[in-house]
Design a protein around this ligand. Structure first.
Ligand SMILES: [Zn+2]
Length: 285
């Protein structure tokens, strides 16, 4: 079993980055490290050991059984950190309808972003950039981001990590408390190394200078390592009301301009916004 596992991992490593099998995120060292409960003994294909050996051809080749992969993908989803109240969010149940004078019609301001997110998930890992989902509260940005995580983990076996921006700051902050047992590295490593990171509600909390440094470190490291990041934020670049803050006001110019390079921007219009501005989608999937 051990030899087989090593062979499998080496083969997968050769295929390069962002393949369908586990990466070296600290959360997910190997399929076995997360599928830690016994496999079902009732599997008629592998008898419960999780491997299928192909004896056709000159050499025997072992591959993971379907029952193992299903369990592995389910565990990726459970371990992704998606909060309970978003667990039912899927791209398929994202509501794209609007009701006007008792007539229910598809709202393009919602259906186009949904389509872009679905294309993103379908094409992964053959993509170059992540997504920056911008828009006012209630347009379903988190729903879309979680929907992508569900697609990637449950259908493609891609390890993903969901982190609420405020929770991330809180955790980083606690790592600086000398009484805390949490080290800075143990907090940052999973976030920096996650194959796909969803950072939810960017800018939802005003950041101090050192928090900004930490955040810049995370974003820059992921950018340099060509890791895919999906970000949601209630802040836009040009708010309708003058007194409202922009995303740059919240997270600074350095991070905002870095996000331009590493993410495709997707503005999802709330009702107020739709009335104020024409739709604009800027994407290339
Ligand atoms: Zn099996």
């Amino acid at each position: 079993m051990d030899n087989g596992q090593r062979t499998m991992d080496n083969e997968e490593e050769k295929k390069g980055k962002r393949n369908a099998l586990p990466q070296t995120s600290s959360l997910f060292h190997s399929p076995l490290s997360i599928v830690n409960s016994p496999l079902t003994n009732s599997c008629p294909i592998c008898g419960g050991n999780g491997w299928v050996v192909n004896t056709e051809g000159k050499t025997e080749q072992a591959r993971r059984c379907q029952c193992f992969m299903e369990k592995y993908r389910q565990r990726l989803w459970e371990k992704s950190g998606v909060p309970k109240n978003f667990r039912n969010c899927r791209l398929s149940n994202y509501d794209v309808y609007k009701t006007d004078k008792n007539k229910r019609t598809v709202d393009n301001d919602l259906s186009i972003p949904k389509e872009i997110c679905a294309n993103f998930a379908n094409k992964y890992p053959v993509i170059e950039q992540g997504l920056l989902l911008m828009g006012t509260i209630g347009v379903g940005k988190t729903h879309l981001a979680v929907g992508i995580i569900a697609e990637l983990t449950l259908n493609k076996g891609v390890p993903c990590l969901f982190y609420d921006f405020r929770d991330l700051l809180k955790t980083i902050q606690s790592s600086y408390d000398p009484r805390s047992q949490i080290s800075e590295t143990s907090v940052l490593e999973p976030v920096v190394n996650a194959e796909v990171l969803v950072l939810d509600e960017l800018g939802a909390r005003k950041v101090t200078d050192w928090m900004l440094d930490m955040l810049t470190h995370i974003i820059n490291k992921r950018y340099n390592d060509k890791r895919i990041t999906i970000i949601t934020t209630n802040y836009v670049d040009n708010p309708l009301q003058k007194e409202e803050e922009s995303l740059t006001d919240r997270v600074g110019y350095r991070i905002r301009s870095r996000l331009c390079e590493m993410c495709v921007e997707l503005q999802i219009k709330g009702k107020d916004y739709r009335e104020g501005k024409k739709s604009k989608f800027n994407f290339n999937f």
